[in-house]
Design a protein around this ligand. Structure first.
Ligand SMILES: NC(=O)c1ccc[n+]([C@@H]2O[C@H](COP(=O)([O-])OP(=O)(O)OC[C@H]3O[C@@H](n4cnc5c(N)ncnc54)[C@H](O)[C@@H]3O)[C@@H](O)[C@H]2O)c1
Length: 309
């Protein structure tokens, strides 16, 4: 296990992620930092007190002071505002860029050797802000989106085919937005190509629903956005790192020519282990998928260009 993991932001995603990390015994201590006084302290104490019942010894500490995060091996950054109905993820860019910049400067100060998983939206642009403001190498700054988008896609497929989600292997690439790219050509059920099991129109409807997966939940909740599945997805990435599992998962990574894309954060398959991104895995895409990935990266670049960092 790690000695210390810090979750920045004690809101819906951050607090749920902290709880899941504690329950999985992935670190000796989980630190939760937020700007609101009392909230991280209260939520952390409450979570720590579930340890005797759930059977974990993880200490959960809530604070407004980054000094408590000193020496953390890994940060999960969830600080920022979330979407409300009618808002796109991109509408959050200015506010969250300021927040993620200040968080990144604190991370660099208290834990210059750490790994950073960005969750705040708009995801790929916020990865860029964290990358620039920590100055860390790309292996140590990456984003969670593809694992969540893939989980949604697998859940919808599992429901439609009435099969276990465990048997569905799939990957959603691209930016975390309407331009995301579910890879139909690599979707299988226990090795069987999905196209042999479902009609093209039904599959297309699932792809479309996946692209709108976040907005569907925002429309239900009205205040705030999804957090159970997002926190699970972030914790799956943490687990791959802490246990050095070398899992191949879709994550937002700073691309340097891979997939024909350069100087942009975009969701691609990566190998996650103790050192963070240990490899960007390059796979062959169909011409349509390659074109969709490029469009998605262009949309991310358009947004990050507005930040003028
Ligand atoms: N990448 C993804 O797939 C994904 C999925 C879900 C949510 N998100 C994003 O994650 C972010 C958090 O979502 P949420 O539902 O937890 O929102 P939330 O409003 O419940 O929590 C955000 C928390 O951040 C805190 N915060 C604000 N500024 C801060 C700062 N400078 N330092 C520390 N904490 C600060 C707030 O006080 C609040 O507690 C949003 O930007 C949301 O869009 C991303």
């Amino acid at each position: 296990m790690f000695n210390k993991i810090t979750v920045v932001g004690a809101g819906n995603v951050g607090a749920t992620a902290a709880q899941r990390l504690a329950e999985k015994n992935l670190a000796r201590s989980i630190v939760m930092v937020d700007v609101v006084e009392g909230v991280p302290q209260g939520k952390a104490l409450d979570q720590w007190q579930s340890g005797p019942v759930e059977g974990y010894d993880t200490r959960v500490l809530g604070t407004n002071d980054y000094d408590a995060a000193q020496g953390s091996e890994l940060f999960v950054v969830t600080a920022g505002i979330a979407r409300k109905p009618g808002m796109s993820r991109d509408d959050l860019v200015k506010t969250n860029a300021g927040i993620v910049k200040s968080v990144s400067e604190q991370i660099k100060r208290v834990a210059p050797d750490s790994l950073v998983i960005v969750v705040s939206n708009p995801l790929d642009a916020m990865c860029y802000v964290a990358f620039k403001n920590t100055g860390f190498p790309r292996e140590r700054v990456f984003g969670m989106a593809g694992v969540l988008d893939t989980a949604r896609y697998r859940m919808f497929l599992g429901e439609a085919l009435d099969v276990s989600v465990e048997d569905i292997s799939a990957m959603v690439l691209g930016g975390h937005g309407d331009t995301m790219v579910p890879l139909v050509s690599y979707t299988t059920v226990s090795g069987i190509p999905v196209s042999q099991l479902i009609e093209p129109e039904r599959l297309q409807a699932i792809v479309d629903r996946t692209r709108n997966g976040g907005a569907e939940i925002v429309a239900h909740l009205k205040t705030g956005s999804a957090y159970y599945a997002p926190s699970s997805a972030a914790v799956q990435m943490v687990e791959a790192i802490v246990l050095d599992k070398k899992r191949v998962l879709p994550c937002s990574a700073w691309l340097q020519g891979e997939y024909g894309l350069k100087d942009v954060y975009c969701g691609v398959p990566v190998k996650l282990g103790r050192r963070g991104i240990e490899q960007i895995v390059q796979i062959t895409l169909t011409p349509d998928e390659q074109a969709a990935l490029r469009r998605s990266a262009d949309a991310v670049r358009e947004l990050t260009d507005k930040l003028k960092i």
